[in-house]
Design a protein around this ligand. Structure first.
Ligand SMILES: Cc1cc2nc3c(=O)[nH]c(=O)nc-3n(C[C@H](O)[C@H](O)[C@H](O)COP(=O)(O)OP(=O)(O)OC[C@H]3O[C@@H](n4cnc5c(N)ncnc54)[C@H](O)[C@@H]3O)c2cc1C
Length: 220
């Protein structure tokens, strides 16, 4: 358990923001989370979005209506201290074995572990990356993501430049499908369930599908 100093809270929209903490001596692997504790000592897991060699830890957070920890985080200011657990978790985007490739599919703040991977191992990008958001302004780090060879943004609630109009699941036909590809899915449970089902129907073995659920649609 450590207290880490806030260096910035950068709002993307009214309820989506990046929290940046001094990394101290925290070490982690892309895909790891930490539990962040509020002043009331409630904790929730948040996935690290920074690269392993940065001297800060970055998090992408959606502030949930009536949320205990996300709303508390939204009110942090530079210089505040935040208590965090040691990094943990089994999700390892991009940790495909030699000869294996990866595909990343994210909704919302579920892009965080993929950004951590891309910032840590830029020399080994995924074969494809699909990223779904509701509104174009909600997409984080587009400058980095659009530099990838096969990146596609999906915006579901408005028509936007350079974006597919619809849900990320509307783009699955574009994915490469082979037995040496590992598929990493992160974000809302309904997207993850739908994509997993579609991949299995297209002869992708369940051992090739790796899932990290951040949010459950029936809570929203
Ligand atoms: C492994 C893991 C990693 C995660 N990583 C991230 C991350 O990187 N970024 C991130 O933003 N979140 C992430 N989450 C979600 C995060 O842990 C919290 O669940 C979220 O921030 C809500 O916590 P809260 O204390 O603010 O709300 P709570 O106090 O837990 O909930 C308050 C109310 O909001 C409802 N609610 C919960 N989720 C939503 C929602 N999405 N929309 C509307 N209402 C909701 C609840 O049912 C409840 O009624 C992750 C979750 C897991 C399991």
């Amino acid at each position: 358990m450590e207290y880490l100093r806030v260096t910035a809270v950068n709002f993307k929209t009214e309820d989506l923001f990046e929290v940046v903490l001094e990394a101290g001596d925290v070490t982690f692997e892309p895909g790891n989370c930490v539990a962040i504790f509020s002043a009331e000592d409630e904790s929730r897991p948040y996935s690290i979005s920074s690269g392993i060699d940065e001297d800060v830890l970055r998090f992408l957070v959606r502030s949930v209506p009536d949320g205990s920890v996300s709303r508390w985080l939204a009110q942090r200011k530079p210089g505040d201290e935040v208590r965090v657990s040691a990094p943990f978790g089994w999700f390892r985007p991009g940790h495909a074995a030699p000869g294996q490739d990866s595909v990343f599919i994210a909704t919302g703040t579920g892009i965080a572990p993929f950004l951590s991977y891309l910032r840590s191992a830029p020399e080994r990008p995924p074969l494809a990356c699909l990223y779904g958001v509701s509104l174009a302004d909600e997409a984080f780090a587009l400058d980095e993501l659009e530099a990838l060879p096969n990146f596609q943004l999906a915006v579901s609630r408005e028509v936007a430049d350079r974006a597919f109009y619809g849900r990320v699941t509307g783009q699955l036909e574009s994915l490469p499908l082979r037995s040496n590809i590992q598929f990493y899915l992160c974000g809302l449970d309904v997207m993850i369930d739908e994509v997993s089902g579609w991949l299995e129907q297209h002869s992708i073995d369940y051992t090739q599908i790796h899932r990290e659920v951040f949010f459950y649609a029936d809570e929203t």
